[in-house]
Structures are given as structure tokens and as C-alpha cells.
Design a protein around this ligand. Structure first.
Ligand SMILES: Cc1cc2nc3c(=O)[nH]c(=O)nc-3n(C[C@H](O)[C@H](O)[C@H](O)COP(=O)(O)O)c2cc1C
Length: 309
């Protein structure tokens, strides 16, 4: 997610770490401004305003270039570097980036090792993988390749690249990973609610979780999970709260990006929100053809919507 979404979600709470969108590393050591664009938080110690560290995510396949860019990111104050070995996008995979590297465990190892050896020891290096490319036949080889490289954590999206985003996520496979590795394994995939966390924990044994779409559908998901495990009452998060967030989100997007495009991220977010909030589905139908921020703001603040809530 981008900085605006990170800011909003971490303010609600429940998150210990964020990761930027991926920074594509292909031919050069990227200029500082690129890192600042992906992680404006670098200007405030690499933390969101709520104090949550934002790791910079790199995607590429050249070990030396990845290492050089990681060094620059660390130099600029990134609190951690995360390496992407899971992106399924065809354009990325064609140039041997993201999930394509799952077919080359030794190259993955070289990338991780080069980055780990180059970045100061105080800066954690983490990675995110899937179970495999076509199938999970090489999963053990991938884990064995990554075991000795000094990663601080490994997040595993419990599906192959071929499985894309199709449910289910195969959390059971993470048990094997935990047994094979001596570093923390973070579970990812199909974590939509508090009960999924409990089931994933039971099946995988993992005690740390990465949320993606679930966090977009339900902005208080992290906070609700933390409240559940700390046996405290969750703070109710109503549709009215979501509407306020949407208004704030639009205003921030207007400031950050060209005003003509500020409505688009709002529409994209509504597509996720409507999975959890029926009111978001109604709102999406109303605003899907809007192109003007003022109209969008009026729709978000309209009395009709407030009454629907
Ligand atoms: C909009 C969007 C952007 C994503 N960007 C990245 C990314 O930059 N790097 C990455 O490793 N995974 C990325 N993912 C995949 C998620 O991190 C996650 O692995 C996947 O969505 C499965 O988790 P979920 O079922 O909780 O959504 C993205 C997913 C979505 C929906």
C-alpha cells in the first residue's frame, strides 16, 4: 500500500510493520527521490506518524544491483529491506523478477546474501515468497536455499504463483517451513478476519501474520486481532468511521497526487471495502462514474449515505 493508506491503517492500530509497494530494480542504482517517493516516511525516520516502521521493498534479480539499491535505501534511513519473490505479474516475471525467481532458488540465495552482506547489520533484511511457481515441488529447496543467508524473517504467501489469488491458501505448508528454518515465518494469504488468524495459527503454528486485502476490506482488522489476543474489548469501527476515513483519504490524495486522479484510489478502495461493508457497495454504485473530486467529496459526505449507515 502507499503512504496514505499506511498512515490511515497504522493510526487505527494493530500493525507492527509496513512494507512499501515494490521498488523495481533493473538497471541502475535508483536516485534518492525514487526511494522518497515510495517511502515519504524516510523524512520522519522511516516511521509512520503512529511510529510503525516502514520497510522498503525491492524487486529485481541482479544480486549486485539489488545490494547497491538496498544499501542506498538503508543509507536513507529505511528501518528494513524486504525482498520480493512473490509478485505474479507477467511483465515482472518475464524479466525474471518476483515469483519467477522461485524457479531459481540459488539465484534467490545470491540476492539475499548480497543484500544481507551489504546492508548494515542493524538493518533487518526480510523476504517474501510463495510456495513455488507452477507447483510446490521445489518448496523445500527454496527454504533450504534461504535458510543460511541471515534473513530476519520470511513471509510466505501460502499459494503458488500459478494459484494466484485463488482460495484456499495452504497454511498447512507453513508448518514444514517453520520446522526447516530457524527464523520467524510470517503467514500470509486469505486472512480476512479474527477467526482466520486463529485457524491459520492452529494449522501452521505461525504466531505472526501479514495482512493484505483483509486490511483494505476492514481497516480495523489489525486492531481487532490485537484486541482479541490481548483479551480487551475491540473499539467498535462503524461505517461512519469508514466514511470519515474515505473523506480523509480523498483529501490526502488530492494533496499528494494530481487532483484529476484523486478519485481513482477512492474507487479502488471501495472495491475492497464493499466486501465487508454493504454500504460501500451502495456508495460504489453512486460514485463509480465520477471524475471530479468535489463531486466525490459531496457523495462521501451526503446525508443519504449517513442515513444509510
Ligand atoms: C493491491 C495489492 C498490491 C500488492 N502488492 C504487493 C507487493 O508489492 N509485494 C508483495 O510481495 N505482495 C503484494 N501483494 C500481495 C499481498 O502482499 C499478499 O501476498 C496477497 O494479497 C495475499 O494475501 P491476502 O490474501 O491477505 O490478500 C499485493 C496484493 C494486492 C491486493
Amino acid at each position: 500500500m502507499d503512504t496514505i493508506m499506511r498512515e490511515q491503517l497504522t493510526a487505527i492500530g494493530g500493525y507492527e510493520r509496513c512494507v512499501t509497494e515494490f521498488v523495481r530494480v533493473s538497471q541502475t542504482i535508483l536516485p534518492k527521490r525514487v526511494f522518497y517517493r515510495y517511502a515519504p516516511e524516510l523524512a520522519q525516520g522511516g516511521l509512520t506518524s503512529s511510529g510503525v516502521p516502514v520497510y522498503i521493498q525491492l524487486l529485481g534479480s541482479d544480486p549486485d544491483l539489488m545490494a547497491a539499491n538496498a544499501r542506498r535505501a538503508a543509507h536513507l534511513g529505511a528501518p528494513g529491506i524486504d525482498l520480493n519473490f512473490g509478485c505474479p505479474a507477467k511483465t515482472v516475471n518475464r524479466s525474471l523478477g518476483g515469483a519467477a525467481l522461485l524457479r531459481s532458488p540459488q539465484l534467490m540465495r545470491s540476492i539475499c546474501r548480497a543484500v544481507r552482506d551489504t546492508v548494515p547489520h542493524s538493518v533487518p533484511v526480510t523476504a517474501k515468497i510463495r510456495l513455488g511457481y507452477e507447483d510446490d515441488g521445489q518448496f523445500d529447496s527454496i527454504l533450504d536455499a534461504l535458510a543460511p543467508v541471515g534473513l530476519s524473517e520470511l513471509t510466505i504467501h501460502a499459494r503458488t504463483r500459478r494459484q494466484g489469488y485463488r482460495p484456499p491458501a495452504h497454511w498447512g505448508k507453513l508448518k514444514n517451513a517453520r520446522q526447516r528454518l530457524s527464523l520467524p515465518v510470517i503467514a500470509n494469504g486469505e486472512l480476512w478476519g479474527v477467526s482466520d488468524i486463529a485457524r491459520c495459527h492452529r494449522v501452521s503454528g505461525c504466531g505472526a501474520f501479514m495482512l493484505a486485502r483483509g486490511a483494505l476490506c476492514r481497516p480495523d482488522l489489525g486492531a481487532a486481532i490485537q484486541a482479541h489476543y490481548r483479551s480487551i474489548d475491540p473499539i467498535p469501527f462503524t461505517w461512519d468511521h469508514v466514511r470519515e476515513l474515505l473523506i480523509h483519504f480523498l483529501e490526502r490524495n488530492q494533496l499528494q497526487y494530481d487532483a484529476r486522479y484523486a478519485v481513482n484510489p477512492v474507487k479502488q478502495w471501495l472495491v475492497y471495502l464493499k466486501i465487508y461493508y454493504p454500504q460501500a457497495a451502495a456508495l460504489f454504485s453512486t460514485v463509480k462514474r465520477l471524475t471530479c473530486s468535489e463531486d466525490m467529496l459531496a457523495a462521501l459526505g451526503s446525508d443519504a449515505l449517513a442515513r444509510a449507515a
